[in-house]
Design a protein around this ligand. Structure first.
Ligand SMILES: NC(=O)c1ccc[n+]([C@@H]2O[C@H](COP(=O)([O-])OP(=O)(O)OC[C@H]3O[C@@H](n4cnc5c(N)ncnc54)[C@H](OP(=O)(O)O)[C@@H]3O)[C@@H](O)[C@H]2O)c1
Length: 439
């Protein structure tokens, strides 16, 4: 970290030196705003502030960043010396464009953490290494850190930089930032006293009864049969489609339904998709939008077509691939080398994995409940063989005119068609979800 240039900046709080740094750590232009003498000093008052264009420059009320920056400058001025390290990691490290996208998701009801996760980011991608390098370059010996964020203190300490005290910063709670601050407290461990200003936590989601029913029924079934309780879950359009074109992914349901899907994943022991879905969507099948454990991923793949580059092979849980004896041995070796576990099972007359035999095997392997997330060929096979216990079908208010959820005739006689008995119907965001036991 090397000083590039510095200049005197008079502010309403007094005169600061603004120091520009260049560094070998990242490609960003980090800054330090310094007042008074800090070189060789201990217990220097410091704020490590991550850039927030909307809060710092525009005074956006969506966050408390601008207020924190102003309060830190004021606190340093009152003390007569100190440093504000200004790190160029906008939007908790995801950049301004992605932060704006995350704001739109927040306006749809996601909190600040889920919005980042949904966009494929981490909840917080900031790196405080440059702050340590800047403080070292300034010759600061130890600091009192103005922050509510324990992760910031832990990060500086993990670099062996002495933080002798954390000084909390009390934000003003407004109707615009209350949910954001509340999420920081609930999801990011921020140490904040919100003085009861925060909007009441959202009520339990409308699908909570579904999760309760499912766990009870799943436990009972596994106990009595030793086989997993099977829930079919998918999202379809008003015209019954799950995709626009064969083998192509289409986002059908709205974000609140996606959160429900993650809650469903978290409430099952296993999650199963067909190889068609694994190839089209390259899913990770993990739980990201709610708290909970990842279910055991299972892919039904009679000929071991799953590529070694599939995301499922990079996930924390080892993927199980159900296949048949017809699958080539060299594909088994390649997939095992990539981390998969291969389950060889009997084949049906048309050479596909026998799903009844698979359920017996999964029960023996300890899976008490299995969520089947598609696609149409697998859903159809489960329905046709009457192997599913429950269905959770989300209907989004769109027309697609594409690939239907059930892609073959199930039974010629209408009275024998699979149906949800006693269906429960709830609205989840703009979508409608129908769930219930299958008969
Ligand atoms: N909207 C939603 O909720 C949703 C959910 C999931 C998927 N999708 C969409 O669905 C599409 C993929 O559907 P898909 O029908 O092609 O794929 P799929 O149902 O995921 O997988 C079908 C494949 O699984 C294998 N399989 C093995 N044993 C089987 C058995 N007993 N019964 C049926 N299949 C068996 C077959 O390939 P092998 O013979 O090679 O083994 C078959 O082609 C994609 O466009 C995806 O985006 C939508």
């Amino acid at each position: 970290m090397t000083r590039t240039a510095a200049a005197r900046i008079p502010t309403p709080d007094g005169e600061f030196q603004l120091i520009h740094f260049r560094n070998n750590w990242d490609a960003k232009e980090h800054l330090a705003l310094v007042m008074g003498e800090v070189t060789g000093r201990t217990s220097v008052l410091v704020r490590v502030h991550s850039e927030c264009f909307t809060g710092d420059v525009l005074g956006s009320q969506r966050c408390d960043c601008g207020e924190q920056l102003a309060a830190a400058m004021h606190a340093v001025a009152v003390e007569g010396s100190g440093v504000i390290v200004y790190l160029r990691q906008e939007g908790r490290g995801i950049g301004l464009a992605e932060k704006l996208r995350a704001y739109n998701l927040q306006d749809e009801g996601y909190d600040t953490v889920d919005a980042n996760l949904l966009l494929g980011h981490q909840a917080d991608e900031r790196d405080y290494t440059p702050a340590v390098l800047i403080l070292q370059a300034l010759g600061v010996a130890s600091i009192r850190l103005l922050t509510n964020n324990p992760a910031k203190v832990e990060s500086l300490q993990s670099h062996h930089f002495p933080v002798v005290q954390r000084i909390p910063m009390q934000p003003s709670v407004t109707h615009e930032n209350a949910a954001y601050l509340s999420a920081k407290v609930r999801r990011m461990r921020h140490l904040l006293d919100l003085n009861g200003h925060v909007a009441a936590q959202t009520d339990a989601p409308v699908y909570t009864p579904l999760l309760t029913q499912l766990s009870k029924q799943a436990a009972a079934r596994f106990h009595s049969t030793g086989q997993p309780f099977v829930t079919l879950s998918y999202a379809q359009s008003l015209d019954g489609c799950v995709a626009a074109q064969p083998g192509k992914h289409l986002d059908i349901s709205a974000p609140p339904s996606l959160t429900m899907t993650h809650a469903l994943r978290a409430s099952h022991d296993g999650i199963l998709v067909g190889i068609g879905t694994a190839l089209a969507d390259d899913p990770s099948l993990t739980v990201r939008l709610v708290q909970g454990d990842n279910p055991q991923p299972v892919v039904v793949d009679s000929h071991l077509r799953l590529p070694a580059s599939a995301k499922l092979l990079q996930m924390p849980r080892q993927v199980w691939i159900a296949t048949t004896d017809a699958a080539p041995q060299e594909r088994q070796r390649a997939l095992e080398a990539a981390g998969a576990r291969i389950l060889r099972l009997p084949a049906t007359a048309n050479g596909q994995v026998d799903l009844a035999a698979l359920l017996i095997r999964l029960g023996e392997m300890g899976l008490g409940s299995l969520m089947v997330e598609g696609g149409p060929s697998i859903l159809t096979s489960f329905l046709a063989a009457r192997l599913a216990d429950y269905a959770v079908v989300t209907v989004a208010p769109i027309f697609v005119g594409g690939v239907h959820a059930v892609n073959q005739s199930l039974d010629p006689s209408p009275e024998k068609l699979p149906r949800i008995t006693n269906p429960q119907i709830v609205q989840v965001g703009p979508d409608v979800t129908i769930w219930g036991a299958l008969a």
